[in-house]
Design a protein around this ligand. Structure first.
Ligand code: JB2
Length: 212
């Protein structure tokens, strides 16, 4: 089993850790975080902040890492961490829950986590470092960009595209063929009926841009 470090120790890490254990493919050596968090009951699982990573790699204690942070932010979030982990020479496997259904002809990028009960249908392409969260449906021929988060219960209908570093909030529905650009935040429960090109926050049914 590949010895891995989980990045983050909060709510998302707690769920990701449970999925990693179910795969039976990785040994979680511990986690790094800004401070000890609730992800593990065992206090010794906290390895310190990311300053500990270089020594963990050099000593051979870990060879891989999994991002266990839900935040998507260009400068401080998952994408910046992804670059840091690659620079340290850590492998970033994609993690797919054994309870997810990933059909044929689906591509999933490194560092992405596909969580429990997800369905991804043929022709879908999921970029690196993304989250396809619990019970989301990603229909045929969808594209999800780098560092994006498809939250629990989202439905992306066939042929939808979600740009890099966007978040589609819990329970939202994106209608067939709709294109969502980079750095868009779609509110929980929204229905996206038309293309959203500009970065911004969109809410409601049909989803409209929130005033700044
Ligand atoms: O640079 C960092 C860093 N920044 C924050 N390096 C490392 N190694 N860890 C970092 N963190 C850690 O992320 C914090 O120390 C903390 O352990 C964790 C954030 O935890 P929190 O529970 O606040 O958020 P989350 O990202 O785990 O979960 C959010 O997103 C999920 C998708 C919550 O909204 C969850 O409810 C949601 N399901």
């Amino acid at each position: 089993m590949m010895p891995i470090v989980l990045i983050g120790g909060g709510g998302h890490a707690k769920v990701v850790a449970a999925i990693i254990e179910k795969t039976g493919r990785y040994q979680i050596v511990g986690y790094t975080a800004l401070a000890a968090g609730p992800a593990f009951r065992d206090a010794s699982a906290y390895l310190g902040d990311d300053g500990a990573l270089a020594d963990l790699v050099a000593s051979g204690r870990v060879t891989g890492a999994v991002l266990g942070i839900g935040i998507v932010n260009l400068d401080t979030g998952r994408v910046a961490l992804h670059r840091k982990l690659l620079a340290l020479g850590l492998a970033l496997p994609s993690i797919v829950s054994p309870t997810a259904v990933v059909n044929r002809d689906v591509a999933i990028g490194d560092g992405t986590v596909v969580m429990d009960g997800v369905v991804i249908n043929p022709g879908a392409k999921i970029g690196e470092c993304s989250i396809i969260n619990t019970h989301a449906v990603v229909e045929h021929d969808c594209t999800v960009g780098y560092g994006s988060h498809i939250a629990p219960g989202v439905v992306l209908c066939g042929g939808v595209s979600v740009g890099a570093q966007s978040i589609v909030g819990a329970g939202a529905c994106v209608l067939p063929g709709v294109q969502i650009g980079e750095r868009c935040l779609i509110g929980a429960g929204a229905t996206v009926t038309h293309d959203l090109a500009e970065p911004g926050c969109y809410v409601g049914s049909p989803a409209v841009r929130m005033a700044k």
